[in-house]
Design a protein around this ligand. Structure first.
Ligand code: ASP
Length: 310
């Protein structure tokens, strides 16, 4: 299959069959990697540049491994130490890199919309690795693949997305993806952390975990994103944990086979109990990381197929 998109900037522009095709390809990669395979040639001869203007551990490592497994030449730009800190604009940095003729640019930026802007200025495929509170498409895709593997389907599930929705690009991308697949979606959190108007998005909004988790198939916890808060959004971490932190007692209101997810990095004892996060019978957090590599391989493979065909 060829992908009709030049870039992967968000989930919003993707049609359900495109999402399914990408997940199917990722599933093939995941299975082959479980079988021990670590190398393909799909990106052989292509150059991938990772530009992270915001700190990242797992996403950057995941994109780097994904590119290397597909045979790309991968370069990581240390953006904090680069000319950006000397005052160069995002667009100038993009144009400079563009002149080096990369085939794939993987970009994370603290400003919502910055990655779209950059994509308009360069000739190669751009993958959004998270822009502000806007979108984080590969995270939603890896979440979807994990859910599909665990639940056997990606539709007619009750999914509770809990915690700091207001500052979360992960929540936004997941709402797009899981909404397109016709699931029952609930946003659970204190009123201060749920965007105004969320009730009009076709989701249920709950301010307590008991009603929010009732009969849920999937419980997705989000990190309290202090770096994006410009005031006091929660009284104290202790109080927050008491009311919204996921522990075994609160999880008992969800379905008996409900899975627990978290995009990482986790604040143990703030949004999730550490023992529950490590419980391999409930938590799929490690599988999310594993699927992340497969989904990023599939995305980069699809975005560069026209180069191979030509
Ligand atoms: N790693 C995810 C992101 O970059 C979630 C988080 O930071 O809490 O958005």
């Amino acid at each position: 299959m060829t992908f009709r998109h030049r870039h992967l900037l968000g989930i919003a522009p993707l049609a359900p069959p495109e999402i399914v095709a990408l997940l199917d390809l990722a599933q093939d990669y995941a299975d082959a990697m479980r079988g021990g395979r670590k190398h393909w040639d799909a990106l052989h001869g292509l150059t991938q540049i990772n530009m992270f203007f915001e700190n990242s551990t797992r996403t950057q490592a995941s994109f780097e491994i994904a590119g290397k497994r597909l045979g790309a030449d991968v370069m990581n730009m240390a953006m904090q130490a680069s000319s950006v800190s000397k005052g160069e604009t995002l667009i100038d940095t993009a144009l400079t890199l563009n002149a080096m003729r990369p085939d794939l640019l993987v970009v994370r930026h603290p400003a919502s919309g910055a990655v779209d802007l950059l994509a308009q200025k360069v000739d190669c495929a751009v993958l959004n690795a998270g822009d502000g509170r806007h979108e984080h498409p590969t995270q939603a895709l890896l979440d979807a693949l994990t859910i599909r593997r665990k639940k056997g389907r990606l539709h007619r599930l009750t999914v509770a997305i809990c915690g700091d929705i207001a500052h979360s690009r992960v929540a936004r991308s997941n709402l797009h993806l899981l909404g397109k697949m016709e699931n029952r979606l609930r946003l659970v959190g204190p009123p201060t952390l749920i965007p105004a108007g969320a009730a009009e998005w076709g989701v249920e909004v709950c301010h307590d975990m008991e009603s929010g988790l009732r009969d849920a198939d999937v419980v997705m916890m989000l990190r309290l994103q202090r770096e994006r808060m410009d005031g006091a959004f929660v009284p104290s971490e202790r109080e927050y944990y008491h009311r919204y932190g996921l522990d075994a007692a609160k999880l008992s209101g969800a379905k008996a086979d409900a899975i627990v997810m978290h995009p990482g990095p986790m604040n143990r004892g703030v949004e999730i109990d550490g023992t529950l996060a490590d419980d391999i019978n409930r938590s799929v957090i490690q599988e999310q990381v594993e699927m992340g590599v497969a989904v990023r391989m599939a995305a980069m493979d699809l975005l560069t197929r026209h180069l191979r065909a030509g």
